[in-house]
Design a protein around this ligand. Structure first.
Ligand code: TXA
Ligand code: MG
Length: 330
């Protein structure tokens, strides 16, 4: 069992001794270690069972502090950090040699973010190194949005979970890098692409890699996945009780089928097997509840989970990216 606590001084001490600690952020909980200490990074990969080719995001308390570990800060990023001095935005920056190759899986850029979470910001303020932190879940499983989610899966493998309550955003950060000098989205996330385009006053190109490392294309398209097979309902808006009927549930009895809905219930399935993301069609609320909903359904005695895709714009696109990766691959 890990100690679940709000004591940042204890977290600080453990991190300075090159231990790993789960930390809250506004997106999801991270599993953190000293970016500069290879020893800590190895512990992160081992606890998560994460392949070494999947690079980590470094967290710092202020973009200014990146000068300690990045070579330069491309000016294309300046409007973004002005708009988001902290938040669900990760930028790819050319790394200095003090960032071990392990943190970037050998890539020349390090992913950096300033999380918008008071407890973790005060912890980062007290440290003289950034914290590398992937999401605090076993590799491939649903990301954690509470300290209890972390404890349930990694409690045996880590000493300490800093408890910052439930994550407000609920899905991982939006990742932006430069491709031929142009700002490019590498992962859809907690800041909607339309919001970024408004700030920049231009369209952004999107280059989502199937795998997490651009150099290992196609290896990792299954992610964020529950243990039960999850099937997507693709047509939005769907006609409740029409497109999905007891007949086309095939061999499955409705009492063994779960449903993750965007805003409406599915009449053919018992209510207790259903989790609705936002009855008010609110993307922020839906994002915040997404991973908790998947966990809720994964823990019920069900054979399969059906999931309805969100309307495909704003944060709905990031939600859909997660659902597609969580879905069952034949
Ligand atoms: O919101 C978040 O970003 C959360 C919280 C904890 O900050 N972290 C997170 O980390 O989602 P993780 O490990 O689950 O996802 C990190 C992803 C990698 O899988 C990869 O896609 C991308 O960030 N990444 C990291 N470093 C990169 C690099 N140098 N080049 C390209 N992509 C990189
Ligand atoms: Mg992750």
């Amino acid at each position: 069992m890990a100690l679940i606590s709000k004591d940042i001084l204890q977290a600080k001490k453990l991190l300075e001794e090159e231990n790993i600690v789960a930390i809250p952020t506004e997106t999801v909980y991270g599993l953190a270690g000293n970016t500069f200490a290879e020893n800590s990074l190895v512990k992160i990969f081992e606890a998560k069972n994460r392949p070494f080719f999947d690079p980590l995001i470094s967290h710092t308390s202020d973009w200014k502090r990146t000068k300690d570990f990045v070579l330069n800060f491309p000016e294309q990023y300046l409007p973004l950090i002005e708009a988001f001095p902290k938040g669900a935005l990760t930028l790819l920056l050319p790394k200095k040699n003090n960032v071990p190759d392990l943190a970037t899986s050998g890539l020349p850029h390090v992913a950096v973010r300033v999380p918008d979470h008071d407890l973790t910001l005060s912890l980062l303020d007290k440290l003289d190194f950034p914290l590398s932190a992937p999401s605090a879940n076993p590799f491939g499983y649903i990301s954690p949005t509470t300290a209890q989610h972390v404890e349930a899966q990694l409690g045996e493998k880590i000493p300490f979970i800093l408890d910052g309550g439930a994550c407000e955003v609920g899905i991982e950060s939006t990742i932006i890098g430069l491709e031929n000098g142009e700002l490019t989205i590498f992962r859809l996330g907690g800041i909607a692409i339309e919001h970024l385009e408004n700030i920049l006053n231009k369209k952004l190109s999107i280059k989502i890699h199937q795998s997490s490392n651009p150099k290992t294309a196609g290896q990792l398209d299954s992610h964020y996945a529950p243990r039960k097979p999850l099937y997507l309902i693709k047509n939005y808006p769907m006609t409740i009780g029409d497109k999905i009927t007891i007949e086309n549930l095939g061999k499955f009895s409705p009492k063994n089928v779960g449903f993750l809905g965007f805003s409406d219930i599915l009449s053919v399935i018992p209510l207790k097997n259903q989790f609705i993301l936002s009855e008010n069609n609110d993307f922020a609320e839906a994002s915040k509840r997404l991973f908790a909903g998947l966990r809720y359904l994964d823990e019920l005695p069900l054979d399969i989970i059906l999931a309805e895709l969100a309307p495909n714009y704003s944060l709905g696109r990031a939600i859909n990216d997660r659902l597609v990766r969580a879905s069952y691959k034949v």
